[in-house]
Design a protein around this ligand. Structure first.
Ligand code: FAD
Length: 623
């Protein structure tokens, strides 16, 4: 039976990718259906209840700059906020929020329920309707057929999901949820390259059985960071601290003695796990000389007794989990509420995707999230937004859009996936971006909101707030350029001793801010010179733009140079070993791939910017 209405976009899966995809498509005005297993688990965090962190926080801000939901939900559900790398440069500063799982979910659900053009439906999707290599709809478990012009698949860890606890295993999409086996079988029959990956999660503990006095308290930051450009600290619920404890030699001994019972080490799991989020058994093996590993003891919510011991993800048998947890300081009497486990699942080689996240083999079918080989809510949400938006653009018969590597971390993420693929769960790091100085958390809106508005992703309220901020920055920068302080000036007398002695001629306020020993805030506290711009986001922008102007300009020039060289032709019959300075690995890769242009060469895995510079110098010499 066909459902009574047809849709423009059907999104399958109500996780982080699916919710952003459905919201993005609906914001753009196309008729959207979000079809998911269970309405109660919309926006569910499968693993740790936290949003952001280094690299990931950047993605959250970019989702927000394009009108997405994740940052707003983190602000409304966050119970401990921190700015990581606060003492380092702005490029690597990152916001992280510990979230109340239930509040976060409720916030996402509310946004979905209030979104015009969006219909929710609870059913498992079992099959795709494909006609002439084009996705035309889906079929649910009860045989109901939905017709659509495009389909976005975001089914996370559910395809052929197998849950492992010790040497026991059973089928599941994540603990408590069924796997998607019928859909997995259907997809395996299509021409996509399929692989297996695995990820894991620690046991959850009953807070009442833990001795927090033996742990180190870790409060959130003051002033409280905010995730969304539209958010305020007053949106946050009550704030509570996290705690820190450590594994010890006894814990490690227990793990070493039981490694043969780990499905990873017994060879039961074939999927590759996340290198940067290893299980505790992986850490003990890989870092054998370490006698202790840090554990962040994170509350699951304001009204929950459960805590998440971040750092001891494991798939060891339950009795071993019990022993190892009870060997830890503060956990001596711990009660395990839910055992830890690992999950293996199907993913699709993302090299079979276009940059728009549409599949190369089936038109109108888009993939986003964990099924593309990534790990993490933020990576999933960012892809979801781009896939949902491009599905809507296709419906509107408009060209697709994906930000470039120099425009956004989400551009880096998608470019890495689509050009290099991945052999292990891919997570974002600031080190993956070559233009880190430009791709900061603080300027994601300046980089993306105008484009988001043009695409129809950004609503009126956000657009008005953004323009107000732009104007405030511009006016303040003009004022700082044209306001002067001269020796003997009352304001100059108020400067710190070091600066005061450096004022030997007239200086604009902008010049003073450029000095390493002066901040915008300090300067604005001086009578006559302040109070400056009142919006803290605009104030931060003014300071960063002034202080880092030189570096930012240089990086912009580099981008322009790279873009200019994008189409520079490389001769097909070229012996790369003739170029001195290239490593054997680079020569082998270039000789094997024979890229047609510098742009294509630069996107081959392992071809560094330094190698590209050598190629360019060589080509120039050849004239
Ligand atoms: P999900 O959040 O998994 O959402 C998939 C959605 O699709 C669900 O709502 C599901 O019900 C729905 N669905 C599935 N099949 C169907 C179907 N056939 N029909 C209808 N609906 C369907 N990330 C980290 O960054 N670090 C970690 O350490 C980490 N550990 C993890 C441990 C475990 C055990 C699990 C399960 C996940 C872990 N993750 C971790 C990954 C993180 O949870 C995912 O990256 C993220 O949730 C992916 O988002 P997604 O939207 O792609 O998929």
């Amino acid at each position: 039976m066909f459902y009574t209405e047809d849709f423009d976009v059907i999104v399958i899966g109500g996780g982080h990718a699916g919710t952003e995809a459905a919201l993005a498509a609906a914001r753009m005005g196309v008729k959207t259906l979000l079809l998911t297993h269970n309405i109660e688990t919309l926006g569910q965090m499968s693993c740790n209840p936290a949003i952001g962190g280094i690299g990931k926080g950047h993605l959250v801000k970019e989702i927000d700059a394009l009108g997405g939901a994740m940052a707003l939900a983190a602000d409304r559900g966050g119970i401990q906020f921190r700015t990581l790398n606060a003492s380092k440069g702005p490029a690597v500063r990152a916001t992280r929020a510990q979230a109340d799982r239930a509040l976060y979910r409720a916030s996402i659900r509310k946004m979905l329920e209030n979104q015009p053009n969006l219909t929710l439906f609870q059913q498992s999707c079992e099959d795709l309707i494909v006609e002439n290599d084009r996705a035309c709809g889906v079929i649910t478990q009860m045989g109901l057929k939905f017709r659509a012009r495009t389909v976005v698949l975001t089914v996370g860890t559910f395809l052929g999901g197998v849950i492992h606890i010790g040497l026991e295993n059973y089928q599941g999409g994540r603990a408590g949820d069924p796997p998607s086996n019928a859909l997995a079988n259907r997809l395996r029959a299509l021409p996509f390259r399929v692989g297996r990956l695995k990820t894991g999660t620690p046991a959850r503990l009953d807070a009442r059985s833990l001795d927090f006095s033996k742990m180190q308290e870790q409060p959130g930051d003051d002033p409280l960071p905010v995730f969304s450009y539209m958010g305020r600290a007053s949106d946050h619920p009550r704030q509570i601290p996290c705690y820190i404890t450590h594994t010890n030699e006894q814990t490690h001994e227990i793990i070493r003695n039981n490694l043969h019972k780990s499905p990873m080490y017994a060879g039961v799991i074939e999927g590759i796990g996340p290198r940067y989020c290893p299980s505790i058994e992986d850490k003990i093996v890989r870092f054998a000389d370490k006698t202790s590993h840090q554990i962040f003891v994170e509350p699951e919510g304001l009204n929950s007794i459960e805590v998440y011991p971040n750092g001891i993800s494991t798939s060891l048998p339950f009795d071993v989990q019990w022993q190892l947890i009870r060997s830890i300081n503060g956990f001596e009497n711990a009660h395990i509420v839910r055992p830890g486990y690992a999950i293996e699942y199907d993913f699709f080689d993302p090299r079979d995707l276009k940059q728009s996240l549409e599949t190369k083999f089936i038109q109108g079918l888009f993939f986003a999230g964990q099924i593309n080989g990534t790990t993490g809510y933020e990576e999933a949400g960012a892809q979801g937004l781009i896939a949902g938006m491009n599905a809507a653009l296709q419906v509107k018969e408009k060209p697709s859009w994906t930000p470039r590597r120099d425009e956004a971390y989400v551009g880096v993420l998608i470019d890495d996936l689509a050009t290099m693929g991945t052999q292990e769960p891919y997570r974002m790091f600031t080190s993956r971006a070559e233009y880190r100085l430009l791709l900061r958390e603080d300027n994601a809106d300046l980089r993306l909101t105008t484009k988001g508005r043009e695409l129809g992703l950004v609503g009126d309220l956000r657009w008005a707030a953004f323009n107000q901020k732009l104007e405030a920055i511009e006016l303040e920068r003009q004022r700082l350029r044209s306001h002067w302080v001269h020796p003997g000036h009352a304001a100059a007398e108020s400067l710190n001793r070091h600066l005061k002695s450096a004022i030997v001629r007239e200086h604009s306020l902008e010049e003073l801010i450029r000095r390493p020993e002066m901040t915008y805030q300090q300067l604005m506290q001086i009578e006559d010179l302040g109070p400056g711009v009142s919006d803290p986001q605009a104030a931060e922008q003014v300071e960063i733009q002034i202080k880092y102007a030189g570096y930012i300009e240089r990086q912009q020039e580099e981008i322009e140079r790279t873009l200019r060289n994008e189409n520079t032709v490389l001769p097909l019959e070229f012996d790369y070993s003739r170029i001195s300075g290239l490593s054997n690995e680079v020569v082998a890769k270039l000789n094997a791939a024979r890229p047609e242009t510098i742009g294509k060469a630069s996107r081959i895995s392992g071809i560094t910017p330094a190698a590209i510079s050598l190629l360019l110098v060589y080509l120039k010499k050849q004239g």
